[in-house]
Ligand binder design. Structure first.
Ligand SMILES: [Zn+2]
Length: 149
């Protein structure tokens, strides 16, 4: 299944992290100016998510204007606008946007707190930053928040 890819502008870092955890490829840069971020969105065929009306109007071929200031609602806006299924079975690292891969409990045990390795059996790891995730981290919290809103 192919999902649209996103590029969050500098005001939407939190939204970017949530979209990644839900499994959507989302780039985020704090440092690009408007012309560069629009060029990057066009070049990589990403939908530019922004709360900047002028930016969205100036780049209406690639930009999508986010109206809410609350991240929970912003995620809902994106999911509705692009008919995204959620969560996808492929969560991404909220820091790196890399796809997480499954690791064995034995491997995770060496790197997570003891109570975590005793409580959870499913672990995922980021190939880039090597952070380990399990269903008790923000991953699950975000999915629950969205399901209840
Ligand atoms: Zn990572």
């Amino acid at each position: 299944m192919v999902f649209p890819k996103f590029l969050a502008d500098c005001m939407l870092g939190k939204l970017a992290r949530w979209l990644r955890i839900l499994g959507y490829d989302t780039k985020y840069s704090r440092y690009l100016d408007d012309p560069k971020i629009v060029a990057l969105a066009r070049f990589e065929h990403r939908i530019l998510l922004t709360r900047d009306k002028a930016l969205a109007e100036g780049a209406s071929d690639v930009a999508y204007l986010i109206s809410s200031s609350r991240v929970e609602e912003q995620v809902q806006e994106v999911i509705k606008a692009f008919h995204l299924p959620y969560p996808t079975p492929f969560p991404r690292c909220p820091h790196c946007n890399e796809l997480l891969f499954d690791i064995y409990q034995e491997e995770a045990k060496r790197e997570v707190p003891l109570f975590v390795s005793l409580t959870f059996s499913q672990f995922k790891k980021c190939p880039q930053c090597h952070r380990i995730y399990w269903p008790g981290t923000h991953w699950q919290r975000i999915i629950q928040t969205l399901s209840s809103s």
